[in-house]
Design a protein. Structure first.
Length: 417
């Protein structure tokens, strides 16, 4: 599904997705891959070919109802878009939206897309967490689209992997292999100029379609429906280097020599770049090298940096002793918006790096917190024994990055267990 060519040869058609076997009833945290194991999926399907899974989530219910989704679309901090094709004319509008101005579901051919629903709703966060059989560093967000009959965003392709989960109602998906990239001119959204689908399926609630990057697809609602799109982060080289170089320029340490040309003679050609000036700037650019530590640190901060519209609000007052008492009783859990990643004993959270490497026991507890997104009371007691660690956790709680409170198990936590 849209976030911000030739027919397929017969030999390639044989590699198109087959419908996975209906799965047994899945426990919370199981991968919704039907009869496939995670290893089978990653080895043979991930980033290789599409996969249709019937009844991947057989008891699925929308994480939020229509009214709750419309309420999110009213908020300034939530990214939302409205795509309409009334009278065959495509139109794109960006939120926030006053729900009174949105078309009624009885009117055909419109779609409301709400980005990052997992950041605002525990049930949406739990649904997205079902896909933690892939690294947290790769998982982006859950977008939910609400569509009226015949609503869609037109045939398009994505540069990242996506799982399309039917939450309510029915949507027909048509797909085509990579090779379609020319866009229709003069349109507000990226709709393909040519699209010759090779496969088509009607998805019912609980069905899921996985698409690798570059596969063209077009989803059209058959009656009002709601679809979840779990997208993945896939930084490009330009994106990464642009951010890295900007960060490096802000954090260059040590002396900052400035070019000097004392003793300069009057130039014969005033507009010519002086040879010594050019050489000095060339040498500065050519000989600058970031350290391994700086690169590793930036990668962690880059992969945990919250989206621009994500804001945290900590409690007005959280005395240290009260936090420790709550932590020893309830444990701690990460806020659903928090991104905590690690590499060895280096930890990165919400765009920052833990200043010092923790002791081995504390490092193991932090890895447990990152992997499971919680520490139970028993593990929390071990964390309290390390004064430095508990001070760090308290600072994170004051920032709103984690919480020490009764655990509503199953509503938000679906870590690897």
């Amino acid at each position: 599904m849209n976030r911000p060519t030739r027919p397929l040869p017969a030999t390639a058609r044989a590699r198109l997705p087959s419908t996975a076997r209906p799965p047994r009833r899945q426990a919370l945290g199981d991968a919704p891959l039907g009869g496939l194991s995670v290893d089978e999926f990653l080895r043979h399907t991930w980033q290789r070919r599409p996969l249709l899974v019937r009844a991947a989530l057989p008891d699925i219910k929308p994480p939020c109802d229509v009214e709750a989704l419309l309420a999110l679309a009213e908020e300034d901090a939530v990214q939302s878009r409205l795509v309409t094709s009334f009278g065959g004319r495509w139109r794109l509008e960006h939120g926030p939206f006053d729900r009174e101005t949105l078309p009624p579901l009885s009117r055909r051919r419109w779609t409301l897309l709400v980005q990052g629903v997992n950041l605002h709703d525990d049930r949406a966060h739990a649904l997205m967490s079902r896909f933690r059989f892939l690294p947290d560093a790769r998982i982006d967000d859950l977008m939910i689209s609400l569509a009226s009959d015949q609503g869609g965003v037109g045939p398009h392709l994505d540069s990242y992997d996506v799982f399309l989960v039917q939450l309510w109602g029915r949507r027909r998906w048509r797909i085509a292999p990579p090779g379609y990239d020319q866009l229709r001119p003069g349109l507000p959204s990226k709709i393909l100029e040519r699209f010759a689908p090779t496969e088509s399926w009607l998805l019912e609630p609980g069905d899921m379609l996985y698409l690798p990057p570059g596969w063209a697809h077009d989803g059209v609602a058959e009656g009002p429906c709601m679809t979840g799109s779990i997208g993945f982060r896939a930084p490009s080289r330009h994106e990464f280097l642009r951010e890295f170089l900007a960060d490096s320029s802000d954090s260059l340490a040590g002396a900052d020599p400035r070019y000097s040309d004392r003793g300069r003679l009057q130039p014969a050609r005033p507009a010519a770049i002086p040879k010594d000036l050019h050489q000095q700037l060339f040498d500065w650019a050519k000989t600058w090298r970031p350290s391994d530590a700086a690169i590793n640190d930036f990668i962690g901060r880059f992969m945990t940096e919250p989206a621009a519209n994500v804001f945290f609000e900590g409690p007005e007052r959280l005395p240290f002793k009260r936090f420790v008492a709550a932590m020893s009783r309830y444990g701690v859990r990460l806020d659903r918006r928090t991104r905590l990643l690690y590499r060895g004993n280096r930890f990165h959270i919400n765009g920052e790096t833990l200043a010092s490497q923790p002791q081995p026991t504390s490092a193991q507890l932090l890895r447990e917190l990152a992997d499971h997104r919680q520490l139970d009371a028993a593990s929390a007691l071990l964390a309290i024994a390390d004064a430095s660690l508990v001070e760090t956790l308290h600072a994170w709680a004051e920032a709103g990055w984690l919480h020490a409170e009764p655990l509503a198990r199953g509503s938000w936590n679906t870590g690897t267990e």
